[in-house]
Ligand binder design. Structure first.
Ligand SMILES: C[S@@+](CC[C@H](N)C(=O)[O-])C[C@H]1O[C@@H](n2cnc3c(N)ncnc32)[C@H](O)[C@@H]1O
Length: 305
């Protein structure tokens, strides 16, 4: 939804913009074109390959200065504050990049056989194989139920524990096969591939996706409080903050935080309903069918906007 993001963030020449999830730099390059050479793009990504690609793309396409912050976006506010920077606009386009899911060696996809890795940051501490080897049955069922909303979470967790007692579960094909076995006859009538929810759950756990999202949302609220108290913080008064989410577990968190911002008079998040992709966009990019965009304006200037 690039047009909607640009319209909602309404970046002006010379502004400072934080792209929390730079990915392949598509949105960052568009935002940089709006800031122009007097602005700066702060680019963050867990994946160093994507981050370097995004920085090079912004430079090549716009010449706008960039600052790279490799690691989780949850740490970006502290880095910005440490340097005395307050950004005017923030974008978080959540989830994984197509380069990650398309690479069998990264282990994100049940459609491509590869090692069960799933780390967005290849230097991250825990792989999906580690989680499957080291978590007890109850914890596995919790992860698969909570992060994947998988109705057969307990049965799948039991299969994992039984299988790993014989052989380690090392590949995406091992895990996909094991989930299919847990589904049995139901696999034929399942609308989704039976492994979809289990893979989503493990990816979320490996990359601590909800920990990062909750942490960033909390820091947006704290920044709004600081602005209200006239204290310096990492967001400028009137900063626009946009979240593009891809499933209800993410959208629910953003919706709740923005409602609190609004209720406490710390900013404004006017639209109750998120902005959704057009039919044309869904036809071009099927992944966008579940996208939801929510935007808030933070601080006292939100009242006057
Ligand atoms: C959907 S892609 C972003 C695409 C990007 N907007 C573009 O235009 O190319 C999501 C990116 O976010 C990164 N990511 C996911 N969770 C992250 C986190 N907690 N901190 C930093 N980056 C994260 C992924 O590594 C991936 O590159």
């Amino acid at each position: 939804m690039p047009e909607a993001i640009l319209a909602q963030l309404a970046v002006r020449p010379g502004e400072l913009v934080l792209d929390c999830t730079a990915g392949r730099g598509g949105h960052a390059a568009l935002l940089a074109a709006e800031t122009g050479p007097d602005g700066t793009l702060y680019l963050c990504d867990l994946d160093p390959g994507n981050l370097d690609f995004a920085a090079a793309r912004v430079k090549a396409e716009t010449g706008v200065p960039t600052v790279s912050l490799q690691g989780s976006y949850v740490r970006a506010p502290r880095d910005l504050r440490g340097d005395g920077i307050a950004v005017d606009a923030v974008l978080a386009d959540l989830g994984f990049a197509s380069t990650q899911v398309d690479d069998a060696e990264r282990g994100f996809s049940f459609l491509r056989d590869g090692p069960l890795d799933m780390r967005m940051d290849p230097g991250g501490p825990v792989t999906a194989a580690d989680l499957l080897a080291g978590s007890d049955e109850r914890e596995l069922a919790r992860i698969i139920h909570e992060y994947g909303e998988e109705p057969l979470s307990r049965r799948i967790a039991r299969n994992i524990v039984q299988k790993r007692a014989v052989d380690p579960i090392a590949t995406t094909a091992d895990l996909a096969g094991l989930v299919r076995d847990a589904y049995g006859q139901r696999a034929a009538s399942s609308r989704l591939h039976p492994a979809t929810r289990t893979f989503q759950a493990l990816r979320i756990a490996v990359n601590d996706e909800f920990g990062a999202l909750d942490g960033l949302l909390r820091q947006v609220l704290e920044a709004a409080e600081a602005i209200g108290a006239g204290q310096p913080t990492w967001l400028a008064d009137g900063a626009r903050v946009a979240f593009l989410t891809f499933h209800s577990l993410e959208d629910r968190r953003v919706k709740r935080a923005f409602a609190e911002l609004d209720r406490r008079g710390l900013g404004s998040a006017p639209a109750r309903m998120p902005i959704l992709p057009s039919e044309t966009e869904i036809a071009i990019n099927t992944r966008s069918r579940s996208a939801k965009l929510r935007v808030a304006v933070v601080g006292d200037r939100a009242e006057r906007a």
